[in-house]
Design a protein around this ligand. Structure first.
Ligand SMILES: CC/C=C\C/C=C\C[C@@H](O)/C=C/C=C/C=C\[C@@H](O)CCCC(=O)O
Ligand SMILES: [Zn+2]
Length: 627
């Protein structure tokens, strides 16, 4: 059915020797594994490419291996040689498979040492799926160009020939040259920066070191006219100067969040925790790049109400970045644990009502998603089968919210946080710097709680491998939910002619999170009259709202109620904002209404070149422009 991802290229994959460890990678780390990556790249903004070379440290796992297989996508490989001897190595680039790229096979000297370094001269393509190149006009400052990366899930291969699988973790180092006046930052510690070849040079050189082994999807870079402000003893926020003060205000609680995360998870090992606020076309709320979280500017609500995303990214410093899913079929290990820790941070920094409120909210979102995808859709399983399925097509809230519910359940079964949190710390400590699968987690849980009788009743099979709703729904503290349910009832029962049933005090009494929840409830109702919506918009001052979570939900309510004014308002917002969480449901809502369908398609066609690849790719499917 239409909700199931496209398997049509599967036969083409046959015989390509895909990794037994990861269906999304050609690499064979069971034969030869990378142990270090050293990048020396020049950023060329005229050509929108990176060019230079990468030194890959290689270790033979099978001593008789005579080839190294790497993932690449749209890379132009010039030459490959052994670093120490300078000897040229033969290589072959296979025909590309759409979205997965080309297999690069490098011949290795059969009698050579077990560990050595190869050097690859290459350049990227202007359409590299992991990069977005912005012209000066597309930036806040309008003076300088900008480039940023987003490699999760499998876009690192469009910038670096590598074993693009989270099964492999390496340290990395990078020397990046950029036009003078621009600043480069990476998911690493910046060791030095200096003009290339002395003062007055047209180029500036930045040197980065990441000494903790990480998967390829966590390598990240941004180059632009960037400024920073200190926001804590180990944190700065970076952005263009036009937004840097607003960003410093919004994320002022970062150090509190970090300390709370350390209380729950153990020591923070990454040294720095900086943030980068990207241009609005960044496709995700946040990305947990080590030492340097990337965030969307849609978090700048002006009142710190969306800083929970930072708590989420901080949590990834343990869940995902230290203990990593071995491939994206086990993505719930990254995201389910992260949601759990994020909400534990909120519970400690705010209160338990809010912790449970957010979890309940997540459950509603999970239910909506499962209904939309179909209860029998295999992509609603916690552990999915990604053979022939692109991870971007499998992405949804399921691994986040079903994963978090499962862990909440596992916590309750063994007696609550007092028992489970020490176990979590032991889990992080045992599996740090490693990549694991669900079975490893299960074995660890079962052996640690072997003395707890109740674990015998856990239906692992159903939780992990059955599609649809979770088998057990835990209880939640409903303090904040009840208020929203009461507001919703008053709104739905209101005839729209009599006075609006909310006072100014009612409006002021709602937390931002509750208004978001209320709007989510209204989305789930049948369409409302436009008169009613106009009065509600005025009472709750929604026309000028800065909070993107509210704006997004209000536009959805308007579109599903066929409020024509909201079509242009939505299209205007979507020209600017590329966050998938907003753009995809809004485009789908425009598509679902025959009055706005063609306008949505036209707008997509004229803006797709300004979108990051992952958004343009998924939207073309949402708008039925491709399979
Ligand atoms: C079972 C799913 C299998 C694979 C999915 C893995 C990656 C998918 C790819 O599309 C990348 C995802 C990156 C996500 C980054 C951050 C999210 O946590 C943001 C969540 C949405 C938002 O707040 O905007
Ligand atoms: Zn996450």
């Amino acid at each position: 059915s239409s909700h199931i991802a496209n398997y049509s290229f599967l036969p083409k994959m046959a015989g390509h020797g895909l990794s037994p460890n990861d269906p999304s990678s050609y690499s064979r780390p069971d034969h030869v594994i990378l142990t270090n990556i050293f990048l020396s790249l020049d950023a060329n903004f005229e050509r929108k490419i990176f060019s230079g070379n990468v030194d890959l440290s290689v270790k033979k796992i099978k001593h008789n291996s005579n080839e190294l297989i790497l993932d690449t996508k749209d890379l132009k490989i010039d030459s490959i040689f052994e670093k120490e001897t300078g000897k040229k190595l033969n290589f072959k680039l296979s025909n590309p498979i759409a979205e997965f790229g080309s297999k690069l096979t490098v011949e290795l000297p059969p009698q050579g040492p077990a560990e050595f370094v190869i050097s690859i001269n290459y350049e990227t393509s202007p359409n590299a799926s992991g990069l977005q190149w912005l012209t000066p006009e597309q930036t806040a400052g309008k003076q300088h160009p900008y480039v940023f990366s987003q490699f999760q899930a499998i876009a690192a291969r469009s910038v670096i020939p590598c074993q693009d699988t989270p099964f492999v973790k390496t340290k990395y180092e990078a020397v990046i040259s950029v036009p003078d006046g621009l600043t480069a930052i990476m998911s690493a510690i910046c060791d030095s920066s200096r003009p290339l070849g002395g003062r007055g040079s047209m180029k500036h050189l930045f040197h980065f070191v990441q000494n903790i082994p990480i998967p390829s999807y966590l390598i990240a870079i941004a180059i632009g006219a960037l400024e920073s402000r200190d926001i804590g003893p180990r944190s700065k926020v970076w952005s263009e100067k036009e937004v840097v003060d607003a960003a410093a205000y919004e994320f002022a609680n970062t150090e509190h969040q970090l300390r709370t995360a350390e209380e729950i998870c153990g020591p923070y090992v990454w040294g720095r925790y900086d943030l980068l606020v990207l241009p609005p076309s960044f496709p995700f709320g946040g990305m947990e790049n080590p030492c340097l979280t990337f965030v969307t500017p849609t978090l700048l609500a002006g009142d710190r109400s969306l800083a929970n995303v930072v708590a989420h990214e901080i949590s990834h410093s343990w869940t995902g970045n230290l203990v990593t899913n071995a491939n994206f079929e086990h993505f719930w290990l990254n995201e389910g644990f992260t949601m759990l820790i994020e909400r534990k941070i909120i519970g400690r920094l705010e209160n338990k009502h809010l912790q449970d409120f957010e979890a309940y909210d997540g459950l509603q979102e999970l239910k909506d998603t499962i209904r939309r995808l179909g209860e029998d859709n295999p992509l609603t399983q916690l552990v999915v089968n990604l053979t022939g399925v692109h991870p971007d097509d499998a992405f949804s809230v399921v691994p986040y919210e079903k994963g978090q519910l499962f862990l909440r359940y596992l916590e309750r079964v063994v007696g609550g946080p007092e028992r489970f949190e020490p176990f979590l710390r032991k889990y992080f400590d045992t599996f740090k710097y490693k990549s694991i699968t669900t079975d490893t987690f299960r074995n660890f849980y079962e052996s640690n709680f072997a003395h707890v009788d109740a674990i015998k009743h856990i239906d692992w099979q159903k939780w992990l491998y059955s599609p649809g709703f979770p088998p057990v729904i835990p209880d939640f503290d409903m303090t904040y939910v009840k208020v929203c349910s009461d507001f919703n009832k008053r709104f739905i029962e209101w005839d729209g002619v009599s006075a609006i049933p909310f006072t100014d005090d009612d409006v002021a009494s709602l937390r931002m999170e509750q208004l978001i929840h209320l709007l989510q409830k209204i989305i789930a109702e049948k369409p409302q009259s436009i008169d009613k919506l106009r009065k509600f918009e005025e009472k709750f001052k929604l026309k000028s709202v800065k909070n993107a979570e509210i704006k997004y939900r209000w536009l959805r309510i308007g579109l599903q109620s066929h409020w024509e004014d909201k079509i242009q308002e939505t299209l205007d917002w979507l020209v600017e904002v590329g966050r998938m969480k907003y753009a995809r449901p809004l485009y789908r809502a425009l598509y679902d209404w025959d009055v706005s369908r063609q306008r949505a398609i036209n707008s997509y066609k004229s803006n797709k070149d300004n979108m990051m690849h992952v958004l343009a790719y998924t939207l073309s499917k949402d708008l039925k422009l491709s399979e």
